[in-house]
Design a binder for this molecule. Structure first.
Ligand code: AHM
Length: 335
């Protein structure tokens, strides 16, 4: 088999970026490598989930009161394990854990980053072989290095993110991450067990024809949201319509598709859950950061997601993200 030496692995790519910044310490590259390693391990289990007894409910609920699947626990443990044993992370917050975890050893206390995760998003899709994903967010600590990380390190506004990304376990497995310098996508080459650069410098098309929303909740949405959804359905051919509705109920898959093809993803508040379902720190901040770096936009229907200063770890928020022109049109209805 011919080996393509022009293809860069995730490690090679992050090291290359490091060379452009002589003052960089390499901690972020280490962190991304650690996350990539955990993702490869999670990928193995996701792929064989139908074969072994790791599939299905764990018989407990997480802090959100939602069913926890066994793979969620596995994914959480993998991420926590690699980062605890790595040298670049002072602590983590996870959708699967009630509180943040500070690693609190000499090396970790000197680390300048903390990470937040949704270890396995879209977990209701595990049992039915539909794409799921891991979402992550990296912040530079605001507490003093040398001491354990503190709550204020985790409760920072999304605009302070240093990097954010996701892994999609789909027809192929991809890791996409953003820093302020750009968004890059890496596809797992199973033959060498490495993420390799496949989608350099990703940009979200300014417009699209896809809208993604849970239609089952239609009558629970506020009037402006209903009007926008109706407008998407009523568009005529001259305005590229009617738009196509695509909703997997796996945000990683829905937003990944819209990022590549152009589109809008919405999880608005409902009459019974005004703050919606999605978590600001684990789901919305990372995707808002990625979308903005790629040229898109993300709001809670009123203002920029990245400007929300969180008050608690498991905070929820309505979420709208996607192509800039579609977002601007949506805002004329929702505002
Ligand atoms: P999860 O935390 O149980 O995995 O749920 C998160 C998922 C998102 O990926 C998806 O966008 C949303 O929940 C779908 O929710 P709904 O079924 O209410 O439309």
């Amino acid at each position: 088999m011919a080996i393509n030496r022009k293809v860069q692995t995730l490690d090679e790519f992050t090291l290359q970026q490091l060379r452009d910044f002589p003052k960089a310490t390499g901690e972020l590259s280490n962190l991304l490598r650690d996350i990539g390693l955990a993702a490869k391990r999670i990928n193995v289990e996701v792929n064989k989930a139908g074969l072994v007894d790791i599939l299905g409910d764990y018989g407990t609920t997480n802090i959100q009161g939602e069913e926890v699947k066994k793979l969620d626990i596995f994914a959480n443990n993998q991420l926590m394990g690699v980062l605890r044993h790595g040298i670049s992370c002072a602590g983590i917050g996870s959708e699967e854990m009630d509180d943040f975890v500070v690693f609190d050893d000499e090396t970790s206390n000197k680390s300048k980053y903390v990470c937040l995760f949704d270890p396995l998003d879209g977990s209701s899709n595990i049992d039915v072989n539909v794409s799921i994903g891991t979402i992550f967010s990296v912040f530079r600590r605001v507490s003093d290095l040398g001491n354990p990380a503190t709550e204020e390190d985790f409760l920072q506004a999304g605009n302070k993110q240093v990097a954010a990304g996701y892994v999609i376990y789909g027809s192929s497995t991809m890791l996409v991450y953003a820093t302020r310098r750009g968004v890059n996508g890496f596809t797992l080459d199973q033959s060498i067990g490495e993420f390799t650069l496949s989608h350099p410098d990703m940009k979200c098309p300014p417009n699209g024809r896809i809208y993604s929303v849970n239609h089952g909740n239609f009558y629970k949405y506020e009037e402006g949201v209903k009007q926008y959804i109706t407008a998407c359905q009523k568009k005529d051919a001259t305005s590229g319509g009617p738009y196509t509705q695509r909703y997997i109920a796996s945000m990683v898959a829905d937003v990944h598709r819209n990022l590549i093809k152009g589109g809008i993803f919405m999880y608005p508040g409902t009459s019974d859950r005004p703050a919606g379902k999605l978590r600001l720190l684990y789901e919305c901040n990372p995707f808002a950061f990625i979308a903005e770096v790629a040229g898109g936009k993300a709001t809670d229907g009123k203002g920029r997601i990245l400007d929300i200063v969180p008050t608690k770890l498991h905070q929820r928020t309505p979420f709208f993200v996607g192509s800039i022109e579609m977002m601007e049109e949506m805002e004329t209805y929702v505002k």
